[in-house]
Design a protein around this ligand. Structure first.
Ligand SMILES: [Fe+2]
Ligand SMILES: [Fe+2]
Length: 311
């Protein structure tokens, strides 16, 4: 099973947006966009990533949140059009930018745009979208979580919440998924990223990450994939059963301009077989070529190496 992991694609589109829609939390986010974020994140880089993924023999693609910047209909529409050609094997979950205002959360705007990519093969409680579970092939299950809450200006915190954690616990012990390798997608990180100033963590954290980590490791999850920090790395969490839960962030796919490749535009490819995560390959956007190249690869035994993984 080969999975592609894109994240934080931050599609921007302010066409036909009325000025009064910025009279809320969007006043800071909108300013941020005008002052440079829209130049750093480029919709065309996401397009290039999606096209490149098609050449890599991928079974399923997951986008781990922040599809938009300001939760505007125009952004959700543009992201949907860009992703639509890949609909057949696609999953998405929301990021904090997709829950940017209380109004967008109340309207379930993200869910209304992307419901077809969040269907569940396992029953859900009536009215609940998350967590959803997709059976991929014979041996993998993908679980989509929602860690997003509408938060005040300058805050980008998240929380899975007690009720969703209880539903997740039930889902991860369902007989339908027994024996499958478990992959869980969430937006906020479970492990603070190495390059973030710890003082910022308070404003960006998943507030119940300890509870979520305990649950995922207890239920034998093999891999979790996330976004949010626009950074890159894989962490290993020991499990009570003696196994490991790997926690992987690919980075923000849409970044077109960067000095340090750690923050460059990226996506990951994971190979899963025989109930294990065998490898991860990270593809980095090269602005000069306007294309992605195989940048680093990772195996559980040897960690990270530069270049392309040998087939
Ligand atoms: Fe983001
Ligand atoms: Fe985020």
């Amino acid at each position: 099973m080969r999975l592609a992991h894109l994240s934080d694609i931050h599609i921007h589109n302010l066409e036909n947006v009325r000025p009064w829609r910025f009279l809320n939390k969007r006043v800071t986010g909108g300013l941020n966009l005008l002052l440079g974020r829209s130049g750093k994140h480029d919709n065309r880089v996401v397009q290039a990533a999606l096209e490149h993924v098609q050449t890599l023999g991928v079974d399923h693609t997951v986008v781990t949140g922040d599809l938009s910047n300001l939760s505007l209909e125009s952004e959700f529409e543009a992201a949907r059009s860009m992703l639509a050609p890949y609909s057949a094997n696609l999953s998405v979950i929301p990021g904090n930018h997709d829950y940017y205002t209380r109004g967008s959360v109340r309207a379930a705007r993200f869910e209304s745009y992307y419901a077809p990519w969040m269907v569940s093969d396992l029953p859900r409680e009536p009215g609940e979208v998350y967590p959803y579970a997709k059976l991929l092939g014979d041996d993998v299950v993908l679980v989509g979580l929602n860690s997003c809450i509408a938060s005040p200006p300058t805050f980008a915190v998240g929380r899975v919440g007690e009720e969703q954690r209880a539903r997740l616990d039930a889902l991860l012990s369902a007989p339908e998924i027994e024996g499958r390798f478990l992959v869980v997608a969430h937006h906020h990180h479970l492990v603070p990223p190495v390059h973030t100033n710890p003082r910022k963590e308070f404003f960006r954290q998943m507030e119940d990450r300890e509870e979520v980590k305990a649950l995922l490791t207890r239920r034998g999850v093999g891999l979790t994939i996330h976004g949010h920090n626009h950074q890159h790395g894989i962490f290993a969490l020991p499990r009570p059963d003696g196994g490991i839960t790997y926690v992987s962030e690919a980075g923000s796919t849409s970044v077109a301009r960067f000095k340090d490749p750690h923050y460059g535009g990226k996506f990951n490819i994971y190979d899963i077989g025989d109930g294990e995560l065998r490898s991860a390959q990270t593809w980095l956007y090269e602005p000069e070529d306007a294309a992605f190249r195989a940048w680093r690869f990772w195996t559980p035994a040897e960690g990270w190496r530069d270049g392309a993984i040998a087939d």
